[in-house]
Write a protein that binds this ligand. Sequence first.
Ligand SMILES: [Mn+2]
Length: 349
Amino acid sequence: MMKDIVDLISGKLKEDNRSRICIVTHKNADPDAVASSLTAYYIVNNLCSKCRLTLCYPEGIAAYSHKILERYAKCSGSHISSISTSECSEVDQNPDIVITVDTANPEQLGCFSEILRHSKYVITVDHHKTGELKLQSNLYVGGEKYSSTSEIMALILEAFLKGKNRDDNILPCLATMLMSGIVYDSRRFLNITSKTFKVMEILRVFGGNYFEALNLLEKEEDRSQRIAILKACQRIILREICGFIVVGTHIGSFESNVARVLVNNGADIAIVLSDKKDATRIALRSRDNTVDISAFASWLAGKLGTGSGGGHFNSALFEGVLKGFERSRDKKVKKFLDLFGEFCNERSS
Ligand SMILES: [Mn+2]
């Protein structure tokens, strides 16, 4: 099946071997997104050496993804900065092909969602719950049956390499990064699929080094992140809704980390609001076997008639411009706790 996809893509590239191609991830690219984008780069670059390729990281990559990018620059010998950008203005506005990785909704692409609309052909590789991007793409690869986009990219890489000479010093490096992507997105193998371990073995055979993959994910606990978590805890509003322990709070940044900490420490549901420059982002988490929090995220978008929401069963994101809300963030958080109550009652009735 992945072989068909590789054939399709190489056929597409043969049509016009001077294509301008933009490979783009979601905002604040995590290790899964970065490893996947670099693998896509490697494959496309091998299929079409004359194509003009750009790696696009909307609003830059996450702090904890830097190690992966640096590692790649080292083993590929190429300067990542010369092939990657976080600025839409630096990219051809009408690329022939856009490849999106690890993203379900165009909003997650930031300003690159505009470029998407002007491109002739869109390929989406993703493992999130199906979103708007699947509908907008000419070719969709993936689905929720994969632990991570890295898992999908590893299978595409395997299909691509079939019958090829594997004597390539970038390959072991790429395999290690994909391992990091899988470890990261599966939360160290808590969320796996039937293919996860098989894929890890494939990557090992390609020269991937598991211990190095773990090392690439290690980071010094960031001081500002620790302060953010503590501040968010100070502002907690605790409620019992539908029999669940629901915790709401707000913070300027690190909202996803805060939400994770809250659920790991006793909350069934965490709702963490963060006002950004031009929208409000709400990180949502639920404890295993409680509530499909991605359903709440998309319910919110419908209920409020603004923004978009989606994600996974235990982890989701809502992002939108809130209208008619009080300015006080505490009041906003309370409003979202009320909304969760409404959602919960609708479900159980
Ligand atoms: Mn992912």
